[in-house]
Ligand binder design. Structure first.
Ligand SMILES: Nc1nc2c(ncn2[C@@H]2O[C@H](COP(=O)(O)OP(=O)(O)O)[C@@H](O)[C@H]2O)c(=O)[nH]1
Ligand SMILES: [Mg+2]
Length: 353
């Protein structure tokens, strides 16, 4: 908001000055006559967004023109999309519904369609081309990364809602790293709330043949990690009682501060509702997550929530768990895999269906 005083010999003259300088959209906030008479003073304001140039942001004429064109284009597109009778509008609406059915957030779906409409140069009326553009745009905006670098040491905590599959995922990764890649592994459990939770990890450790240690405090954890300087990977299993467990989040925050080299991998089930996933991301983002892992892809359904989550927090996807079998049911998150999860069309980033 840009506010300015104007003086004129008459009210009419002062208003003319306001319009000349701030334009027709200016608001008159106050009008008063000078006590000694002789002139009228007007206090007027204009919204910067309405007219940024006058409000001092000094846009070039070309920029102002482009902005105007963009605004008109957006209005035009909105009208087209609302006019359900036009074939092109029907196509946009049905594509939006298809994306939403696949679990994508409606705002994200709409945004992608808008982007396609404003950036695609040709073949916009061809649904296949439109889908391909949207799919590539979606895949281009999420990142995937393997946190287990072959040459560097990994210290990773698995965090997330109870039942998401943290302990099972740790067992799968530990087993693959130990048996297939010959890595030295240690497992640590800070899973102190659920009776039997540490036992679950201990049992897996025994089967795989890797040591499992239980710790009850941060100090104990620091000492435990110091004990395992010879290990390639140390996986930390954690448990919180619920999303509302502030104590658990506080402890994780302390953990990140005390051990900055500890990476946090947030594990969530793809079967969770989008709203629950957003709440989980909000809570855990406060302690600083590094990676996302999704489980239970084998239980079917749609996978849009994976894209929603990755875009919501901007963190890379690390793994997808695809069943209860240890160690087989786990995969690295790749764009190729992601490409098969959304919009059943050929020509994703990897050119596959
Ligand atoms: N179908 C399916 N079940 C899984 C998967 N990952 C874990 N589970 C199951 O989910 C339940 C909870 O797993 P758990 O690892 O104990 O979860 P945590 O509480 O996060 O440690 C167990 O019954 C697991 O066997 C998966 O990818 N697919
Ligand atoms: Mg567990």
């Amino acid at each position: 908001m840009h506010i300015k005083r104007f003086k004129g010999r008459t009210a009419k003259e002062a208003i003319r000055y306001v319009k000349e300088e701030l334009g027709d959209k200016a608001l008159i906030i106050d009008t008063r006559k000078a006590p000694a008479g002789g002139y009228v003073e007007i206090l007027a304001a204009v919204d910067q967004d309405v007219d940024g140039e006058r409000a001092g942001t000094k846009r070039t004429q070309r920029e102002t023109h482009l902005l105007k064109e963009l605004r008109e284009l957006k209005e035009f597109l909105l009208c087209m999309m609302k006019d359900g009778k036009r074939p092109v509008a029907r196509m946009f609406t049905s594509l939006e519904e298809e994306l939403v059915k696949e679990g994508l957030d409606r705002r994200l779906a709409r945004n992608l369609i808008f982007k396609a409409l404003t950036h695609m140069r040709e073949n916009m009326e061809n649904t296949g081309c439109l889908k391909k553009y949207i799919k590539n745009r979606l895949l281009g905006s999420v990142a995937t990364r393997d946190p287990l670098h072959p040459r560097s040491r990994t210290l990773m905590a698995f965090v997330g809602p109870t039942g998401a599959g943290k302990t099972t995922t740790i067992a799968k990764l530990a087993s693959l790293q130990a048996l297939k890649n010959n890595k030295k592994i240690a497992l640590i459990s800070m899973d102190t709330y659920r009776v039997g939770a540490t036992e679950q990890l201990t049992l897996y450790g025994k089967i795989i043949g890797v040591p499992v240690q239980r710790v009850d405090s941060l100090d104990e954890l620091v000492r435990a990690v110091e004990l395992h300087t010879d290990k390639d990977c140390i996986f930390l299993d954690t448990a919180g009682r619920s999303l509302a467990d502030r104590d658990h989040l506080r402890r994780l925050g302390e953990l990140s501060r005390t051990m900055p080299c500890m990476r946090l991998n947030l594990v969530m089930s793809v079967q969770s509702q989008n709203e629950f996933i957003y709440q989980t991301l909000d809570r855990y983002s406060r302690v600083g997550i590094d990676y996302l892992t999704f489980t239970k892809l084998d239980e079917g359904g749609v996978f849009g929530s994976i894209f929603n989550a990755a875009l919501y927090c901007g963190k890379p996807l690390a793994y997808f768990a695809t069943g209860q079998h240890i160690p087989d049911d786990i995969e690295k998150a790749t764009l190729k895999r992601l490409s098969r999860m959304i919009l059943n069309t050929t020509g994703g980033i990897d050119g596959t269906a």
